[in-house]
Write a protein that binds this ligand. Structure first.
Ligand SMILES: Nc1ncnc2c1ncn2[C@@H]1O[C@H](COP(=O)(O)OP(=O)(O)OP(=O)(O)O)[C@@H](O)[C@H]1O
Ligand SMILES: [Mg+2]
Length: 382
């Protein structure tokens, strides 16, 4: 994102807590304003997110947020943007310090068009791996969406990093701005979030399903002219068809988008495993802008103790493309034989029974106007 210069901003040039010199405005979102800064002790660039004053005013909400931030700062997964520190500005606003990301937020990437099934599967796997660590530590993201995912090219590999863990907890506490608005975007909210019900790790899986759907179809599954209409679609409407792609990936996305949390994949580890299987299975078909990062599942999905410092996970196996044509022919012949013997045998995982017919029909319905950022409480809760 291009940096903007705004000399009128009193935070520019300030040194926060004697440690972080604020240098330039990077961007603004629903919860606050992001700056490029320098961590003076080690002279390294960092990102400082200064939250809006109303997100820093209720002491109880702030206390719960600080508790969460301590846990979030222990997340070590290479697909999670590291939270380095947090504190208060001189005027009392909460600020968070994290890695300064290079690359581009996923919403900018998607503005150039949909992603291939391979890139989508890789993205889903990487985000699911990050979620697996956080969920194991009891942290739910609550605001998983393209602007909170950064896509970075590391050597020949595309690395996706998840930002802003735990920040939505402030909005969760009912923070309102002077204009009576709360934060969040309806496009990526789970049905249970839309209905104001209790939210757990499975809500993040739903939001990941929305992101994956958008990667494949070029638009989110549910759009509308008002926040309320979008939320109601999450609760009541069937998921639209996906363009023809990888059936196993389509089935995974559709299961992530199940209305009832219990019908979604059991956990983020299962999602990562299934996405990895798609990466292996689809490595020979279709163009890919960067080769999939193939990580041994046990290592990729292991306990948090196995994670080292931030950085891409080691590549332990490369897709063996040369053998694929033979394997595909053999698999095809085997499949035909099996089909002849047992034509009614189910091939898709539970929760995806409707996908086969639906996925066959490509859908390119243009998106309706889509409120992406703030959401008026009055429209969210009629
Ligand atoms: N750690 C970071 N490194 C580099 N750029 C960042 C970083 N965090 C955020 N940004 C940039 O700043 C912009 C604003 O981020 P911010 O998180 O405030 O907005 P958002 O993600 O759209 O909304 P939300 O407040 O709901 O997370 C982002 O779109 C992104 O481009
Ligand atoms: Mg963000």
């Amino acid at each position: 994102m291009p940096e903007r210069d705004d000399r009128a901003d009193p935070l520019l040039g300030q040194v926060l807590d004697g440690r972080y010199r604020v240098e330039a405005l990077v961007g603004a979102g629903g919860m606050g304003v992001v700056y490029r800064a320098v961590q003076l002790s080690v002279d390294r660039p960092v990102a400082v997110k200064v939250l809006h004053p109303d997100a820093s005013s209720d002491p109880e909400v702030v206390r719960r947020f600080e508790e969460e931030a301590r846990v979030v700062s222990r997340l070590r997964h290479p697909n999670t943007v590291t939270l380095i520190d947090f504190g208060r500005t001189a005027s009392g606003r909460l600020y968070l310090v994290c890695e300064l990301m290079r690359g581009a937020p996923l919403d900018d990437v998607l503005a150039q068009g949909p992603l291939s099934p391979q890139r989508t599967a890789s993205l889903v796997r990487q985000v699911a791996q990050a979620l697996a660590e956080a969920h194991t530590m009891g942290v739910v993201h609550r605001d998983l969406k393209p602007s909170n995912l950064f896509v970075e090219q590391v050597d020949t590999q595309e690395v996706v990093k998840l930002l802003d863990f735990g920040i939505a907890k402030l909005a969760d506490g009912g923070v309102q701005t002077a204009s009576g608005r709360i934060f969040g975007t309806p496009l990526y909210m789970s049905p249970e979030q839309a209905e104001g019900l209790a939210v757990d790790a499975r809500s993040d899986l739903y939001s990941l399903g929305v992101v994956a759907f958008e990667c494949l179809a070029g638009r989110p599954p549910f759009t509308g002219s008002t926040a309320y209409s979008i939320l109601m679609k999450h609760v009541h409407d069937d998921v639209p068809s996906l363009p023809m792609g990888e059936p196993a990936l389509d089935a995974l996305v559709r299961q992530l988008l199940e209305k009832a949390p219990a019908d979604r994949p059991a956990d983020a580890r299962e999602v990562a495993r299934r996405a990895l299987a798609v990466e292996h299975g689809s490595a020979a078909s279709g163009p890919t802008l960067s080769p999939p990062r193939v990580v041994e599942p046990v290592e990729a999905l292991g306990s948090t103790a196995t994670w080292g410092p931030a950085g891409p996970a080691p590549v332990v196996a490369a897709p063996r493309r040369a053998r694929w044509p033979i394997a595909v022919v053999l698999a095809g012949l085997g499949g035909l034989a099996l089909w002849a013997l047992a034509p009614g045998a189910p091939t898709a995982p539970a929760g995806s029974a409707a996908t086969a017919a639906a996925d066959a029909a490509p859908s390119r319905t243009p998106a309706s106007p889509t409120p992406r950022r703030t959401l008026a409480r009055s429209t969210q809760r009629p």
